[in-house]
Design a protein. Structure first.
Length: 145
């Protein structure tokens, strides 16, 4: 006759260990999904900042070199030319109200013609982040004599 008392409970122990391993795998997958979602959101914010920077620089090119100084923004305060653009920045990028964008316009004219050096700085701070992210774009807008 066999003694089954020495083996009792081994199936239950194996099932608990299998459940533990399965649970660790599920928790790992949830962590990967969370990281992927966070990276995706960060990528979207960077893409939006790049789009907004290109949008305002393109508007300057279309308006012409004489109207470039009208696009200057300091401390989140700009003129009529930048009102709609500032509203887009504040709507698309979280934390941008507390970290206002700026557009620096520097007259860099020389003997060959009128020229402005433009630097657009956009900052945002996603939820749960402690440091603001920054996107800086620059361009020269000129007219040759």
């Amino acid at each position: 006759m066999r003694d089954f008392n020495k083996q009792s409970g081994s199936v239950l122990l194996e099932a608990l260990i299998a459940f533990l391993l399965f649970s660790m795998g599920v928790v790992g997958l949830i962590g990967l999904q969370t990281a992927a979602f966070t990276d995706s959101a960060q990528s979207k914010y960077r893409m939006d900042a790049g789009f907004l920077t290109n949008q305002v620089i393109s508007s300057m090119w279309v308006d012409g070199v004489d109207k470039v100084p009208d696009y200057a923004v300091a401390g989140g305060v700009g003129g009529v030319k930048t009102e709609a653009w500032l509203a887009q920045v504040y709507n698309l990028l979280p934390g941008s109200v507390d970290n206002p964008p700026s557009i620096a316009v520097v007259d860099d004219s020389n003997a060959t013609g009128k020229r402005y050096a433009v630097t657009v700085t956009i900052m945002w701070m996603p939820p749960k982040d402690t440091v603001a992210h920054r996107y800086v774009g620059s361009a020269y807008i000129n007219r040759n004599n």
